[in-house]
Design a protein around this ligand. Structure first.
Ligand SMILES: Nc1ncnc2c1ncn2[C@@H]1O[C@H](COP(=O)(O)OP(=O)(O)OP(=O)(O)O)[C@@H](O)[C@H]1O
Length: 480
């Protein structure tokens, strides 16, 4: 990586000089570009740091094309062809706390870009290998997960930059991109973000997100129903395959074989593959060597547990998106109390905001302490089995375990089932498809829906809040 040296400053200086003369770059836009700190060049990508998301958005949406052409004019010995923008989390945090935004003076206020489409840079041309036929593809992307709401910190900075680079230049930057790390640290979030961002840059691009459990089910169904051809079409006629939690293909010999062929076809045709896993390729047991070695062809990067600052920034972002006011000292208190699993951090915030909303009180320290008292913090010695959650839920609602696994749609059973799913999601490390399987082979979207529904209902109905809280403390007692 060319880093902080004179060559880097010189390269960025020359880009700025070109952009200043480019008539597509307005003085306002130039103001944003002048906030950029060049950080380094790696594998053909120029890494640029900006102070906040707003600046990133302005540069990415409005000066992408001129910036790419200016990069194209650099000395070829630098071997740089694209760029990736990262937001400096320290500066961004300061801005969010103080409310002062270092937008260039001439550029603020900036609604002009919404009002003056003529100034908006045209979307980037698709890279030649990308098929842009405008056809509807079932991408299975979750709109909740985008780069815009992903908080960057030391723990995930590199994975984030690699994910952005892949979305901007599919099959060019790194192929495959392999992201690994413990549960709940943002791998799925990054996968979906790649999909959304690539689709915004290349309209018509065919993206498919799939968990490895869904891939397995799909494959098995296709064999059972003699629909091999449509299975192949679904996974091969695409431009980007995002496959989550590949470790679940361990020892599934035939599914691995199917994935091996899918991977080869996509890779041979310059299509992007992004893979996530809980372990790096070398440590993935139960995979053939030829499979593991393919995982290592591109770039391998990890996501780690976020440090305290990043946890605070994540909580702050979630609170903002939920439109709840949570003072900084309370965010910090919560981030200190809750372990590093981000899913659990989010669960805490949901409980706190639900409690405040039900009681129509602001979020203050005593409220947070009351709520946290009932929460379980997960650590290695305190693993909760889904069966404990399901048994406790059935018992609590005076139902049978089979009622929860079964298909009854009666309101009482359906709500109890949704609460059990919500608690499985919050209190265990199980993925959505795994929870779906547990509850009578339901689709992962059913679990996603239950999770959303119960989070919302907790804010609106005291009875639901109380049920979830009481159940949690019962489960907690069984762990003691
Ligand atoms: N850096 C981040 N910024 C904002 N939210 C984050 C970040 N990292 C994780 N999250 C949130 O934490 C939750 C868990 O993340 P995610 O599901 O992506 O984890 P994961 O690593 O894929 O876990 P698993 O291996 O269990 O599937 C999600 O709601 C996600 O939005």
């Amino acid at each position: 990586m060319t880093d902080g040296d004179a060559a880097l400053d010189e390269a960025w200086g020359s880009i700025l000089a070109t952009l200043e003369k480019d008539e597509r770059v307005t003085p306002q836009l130039y103001g944003f570009l002048s906030l950029v700190e060049p950080k380094g060049i790696m594998a053909g990508t120029f890494y640029l740091e900006v102070p906040n998301e707003f600046t990133r958005g302005m540069i990415e949406q409005r000066s992408r094309v001129p910036l790419l052409s200016a990069i194209g004019g650099l000395d070829s010995s630098l071997e740089v062809s694209t760029f990736a923008i990262v937001v400096n989390p320290e500066i961004e945090q300061e801005i969010l706390q103080t409310g002062t935004d270092p937008v260039p003076v001439e550029a603020a206020p900036a609604p002009a870009y919404a009002e003056a489409p003529a100034q908006v840079a045209p979307p980037a041309p698709p890279s030649p290998e990308v098929t842009v036929a405008p056809r509807a593809t079932d991408t299975r992307l979750n709109p909740k997960y985008s780069f815009d709401n992903f908080v960057i910190g030391q723990s995930n900075r590199f994975a984030h930059a690699a994910a952005v680079a892949v979305a901007e230049a599919p099959a060019k930057a790194y192929n495959p991109l392999f992201i690994y790390g413990d549960s709940g640290l943002g791998k799925t979030h990054l996968l979906h973000s790649i999909g959304h961002y690539a689709m915004s840059l290349y309209p018509g691009i065919r993206v498919r997100y799939v968990s490895s459990e869904e891939f397995t089910n799909d494959f098995i169904n296709s064999i059972q129903n003699n629909r091999g051809a449509s299975f192949q079409a679904r996974y091969r006629n695409i431009d980007i395959l995002l496959i989550d939690d590949i470790q679940f293909l361990q020892r599934a010999v035939e599914t691995q074989e199917a994935f091996f062929h899918t991977f080869n076809t996509l890779h041979d045709h310059n299509k992007q593959v992004v893979i996530t896993s809980d372990l790096p390729p070398k440590m993935l047991t139960g995979f053939e060597d030829r499979m593991r070695s393919r995982f290592e062809w591109g770039l391998i990067t990890d996501v780690q547990a976020p440090d305290l600052e990043t946890r605070i920034a994540i909580l702050r972002k979630k609170a903002q998106s939920e439109k709840v006011m949570v003072p900084d000292d309370i965010l910090e208190f919560m981030a200190t109390k809750v372990s590093s699993n981000i899913r659990e951090l989010e669960g805490t915030l949901i409980r706190v905001t639900a409690f405040a909303s039900l009681n129509r009180t602001p979020v203050d320290m005593s409220l947070v302490q009351t709520v946290l008292k009932d929460l379980i913090t997960l650590d290695d010695d305190n693993v909760i089995a889904p069966v404990d959650i399901i048994t406790a839920t059935a018992d609590y609602f005076k139902l049978s375990v089979d009622d929860l696994y079964g298909s009854s749609r009666s309101q009482a059973i359906a709500t109890a089932r949704q609460i059990a799913m919500y608690l499985c999601r919050e209190l265990t490390n199980l993925s959505l498809p795994k929870i779906g399987q547990l509850f009578g082979n339901r689709d992962h979207t059913t679990v996603m829906y239950a999770n959303k529904k119960i989070s919302e209902l907790m804010k609106e109905r005291r009875s639901i809040y109380n049920q979830v809280t009481e159940l949690t403390s019962r489960i907690k007692q069984t762990r003691r």
